[in-house]
Structure formats: C-alpha cells, structure tokens
Design a protein around this ligand. Structure first.
Ligand SMILES: NC(=O)C1=CN([C@@H]2O[C@H](COP(=O)(O)OP(=O)(O)OC[C@H]3O[C@@H](n4cnc5c(N)ncnc54)[C@H](O)[C@@H]3O)[C@@H](O)[C@H]2O)C=CC1
Ligand SMILES: NCC(=O)COP(=O)(O)O
Length: 341
C-alpha cells in the first residue's frame, strides 16, 4: 500500500475510443471490494458519462483536482478535465483526439513529478493514431523518459518491465522493427538495462539480490556461434561485466527453454533481447494480471499490459483486471523511493 494515502494516483484517459473508459468505470465500481486507493482520472468527463450510459453503469462523476480527489473518491469518480478534442464513438479512433491523449500523459507526469499524485497509471493508447498526429515517440515508455529528462535536466533511460504473478520480463530493445534488433543490441545497452533493472527491483520491489536470467538472441543462444554470433560477442560480454559489478546476471540462455515452470523458479526477471521475446511469454502466462511498469524514471508509472481493444470498446466485455493490477502495483511501489532522480 502507498505511503501517500492522502495523495491520489493519476490515471490517464488513453485513447478515448478504446476500452480505457470502460475499464476505468469498472475499476471505480469495484473500489471498495478491492480496497483500491483513490485515483484521479485525467480525461474527458463527457466521454466517461457517455460510456457509462452506453454500458448501463451508474457512476457519479465529479470534477476534482489532486487535493480533492481522495475525499471525493468514495462517492464519485474524480476527474481532472482534459478535453478529448471531439465527440468520441467507442471503437472508432480519431486523430483529433491525439492532443488530449498526449496532454493527459503530460499532466500525469507533471503532477507526479511535483508530488501532487503518487504515481501515473496510463490507460492504453493507439500508437498509430498518435503517429498520424505527428507524435514523435514509439510509445508511452520513450515519451515518459523524455518528459523525465526534460523535467530533471538529466538523461533517463527507460526500461519496460512486464510484471505478473508468474513472470517478470524485460525487453532490452523495445519498439523497433525486428530487423533492426541485431544492430541496436549492444553489450552496453544490455548492461545498462540490467543495472537499472537490478536497482529498481531492489529499491521498488524489495528484492534483496535480484537474479537476472539473460536470454540469448539466436536459437539455442547461438549454439556456440553456429546459429549466430551475437550471443557470444554481445550478450555474454555484458553478463561478464555485470557479474564483475556484483549483479547476479547469468546466461545467455536459450530463450525457448527459459519460461517453463521449473525454469522460472531460478530467476526473478527474464532479460530478453527484443519486444516479443519478452511480451509473448508475459502475456501468455498472465494476460489478465500482468502490468507494464516503466523502470528508470524519477516517478512510478504502471499500465495494463493490453492495448486499446477497439473491437470491444463500449460492449461491456472488457476486463478491468489488468488495470486493477496496475493501480494496485502503482500504490504498492509508489511509497518506495527509486532514487532515479
Ligand atoms: N500500454 C499501451 O498503451 C498499449 C497500447 N497498445 C496499442 O493498442 C492497440 C491495439 O493493439 P492490439 O495488438 O490489438 O492489442 P489489444 O491488447 O488491444 O487486443 C488484443 C486482444 O485482446 C483483447 N483484449 C485486450 N484487452 C482486453 C481486456 N481488458 N478485456 C478483454 N479483452 C481484451 C482484444 O479484444 C483483442 O482481441 C495498438 O495500437 C497498440 O499500439 C498495445 C499494448 C499496450
Ligand atoms: N507492447 C507493449 C506496449 O506497446 C506498451 O508500450 P508503452 O505505450 O507502455 O510504451
């Protein structure tokens, strides 16, 4: 539980045509049963009102700010108004909503950096919608790091962690084309990703000596170079450096055999070389209860692991479980200082 019980979490609206409004409303309705700490929704009141009506949900909405949100939360869903930019139809994304989607993220970071909210929890964005509007970042992860860097004047390298009850997994390279992975992957990038992971698992997650299982890039971790040289030339040197620093990293491990039940007992986090190597096992083992956490930032950011799911927005079948897990995890780790300032 957070050590800031009087400070709300900031919950961004995400893409208003996606399932963000649905799961936000559903999470608020279960606030007592799940003992959720208060959150302040950063988004458009009209969108939430219309979605609640569409879903047949009775959710009182009340405009609020960080100072009033906690008091309001018991009786109404507190909202800091950020216009969606146009009328929103569930399941029909529109480029004109991009500005409001981005503004909510910026507001969440600003509030969290100033200690007005205890953490930022982000509802899903549709990356292609933001790209069409000229958004210059691959996703939240990279945008948040840029906002943190601008706010502190110091560089912040973000690390994406998928955290679930059965697996924690990190992609070293994140939102890049698969064909670019071998060029972008360096020993320095792997080592720095592992340092940030080791630091944040200690400070935020309370793991005294994290065990980092490092995956190879190629089939069978390269099979002694016969199936690719990166495992011996890039991954292994990074592990050697980390071990010399006292970090419990080991590998490179063949990725196909490191995610079964017995193998997962041997480590606290899997360090993977590219997006799908980490996110496929993470979502296969815990789509409903895994959380996307950004490490390496001077504030806590969590998110559900899923996307905007336009096909089911407004239909009453979107599950709020991953958002609830994200709210819970943000509450749990926001009181612990990560010292990433
Ligand atoms: N953190 C974020 O902002 C994320 C954003 N995205 C974005 O979301 C958009 C759609 O991505 P997709 O690959 O289609 O993934 P998706 O997660 O939106 O949907 C994949 C499948 O899971 C279902 N699903 C997702 N969330 C669900 C929930 N809460 N309850 C029930 N069913 C659920 C969907 O209906 C669909 O069948 C893309 O633009 C992508 O960039 C994807 C992942 C994370
Ligand atoms: N597949 C994970 C994902 O796309 C989430 O990215 P981000 O928006 O949290 O950077």
């Amino acid at each position: 539980m957070s050590s800031h019980p009087s400070i709300p979490l900031a919950l961004t609206q995400g893409d208003p045509a996606g399932i963000g409004p649905d799961i936000t409303l559903a999470a608020w309705l279960r606030r007592d049963e799940l003992e959720l700490l208060p959150f302040l929704f950063l988004g458009d009141t009209t969108v939430l009102r219309e979605r609640a009506a569409q879903l047949g949900l009775n959710v009182p909405l009340q405009e609020a700010d960080p100072a009033t949100a906690c008091e309001i939360f018991r009786d109404a869903l507190p909202i800091l108004q950020i216009d969606a930019g146009r009328a929103v139809v569930a399941g029909e994304p529109h480029v004109e909503t991009a500005r409001g989607t981005i503004a909510a993220i910026e507001m969440g970071v600003s509030l969290s950096m100033r200690g007005k909210t205890s953490a930022i929890v982000t509802n899903p964005i549709a990356k292609s919608v933001l790209y069409d509007a000229g958004f210059g970042f691959p996703g939240h992860t990279e945008f948040l790091a840029d906002l943190a860097t601008r706010a502190t004047g110091k560089p912040h390298m973000p690390v994406m962690l998928l955290a679930g009850p059965k697996l924690r997994a990190i992609p070293v390279t994140i939102h890049i084309p698969l064909r670019d992975v071998p060029q972008v992957l360096t020993s320095d990038l792997i080592a720095e990703t592992c340092r940030i992971t080791d630091h944040d698992l200690r400070t935020r997650f309370g793991i005294a000596k994290p065990r980092l299982a490092v995956a190879g890039l190629n089939p069978h971790a390269g099979e002694n170079g016969a199936l690719g040289k990166e495992d011996d030339e890039i991954v292994r040197p990074a592990i050697d450096v980390l071990r010399a620093e006292g970090i419990d990293a080991f590998g490179p491990l063949p990725a196909d055999t490191m995610f079964h039940d017995e193998a997962r007992r041997r480590y606290d986090v899997a360090i993977c070389m590219y997006h799908d190597q980490a996110l496929i096992p993470a979502k296969a083992l815990g789509f409903d209860d895994s959380v996307n956490v950004t490490l390496g930032l001077p504030f806590v950011r969590t998110s559900p692991d899923h996307g905007t799911a336009f096909g089911i927005a407004g239909k009453g079948i979107a599950k709020e479980d991953s958002l609830v897990a994200a709210l819970r995890l943000a509450s749990a780790i926001s009181g612990k200082t990560g010292n990433n300032t």
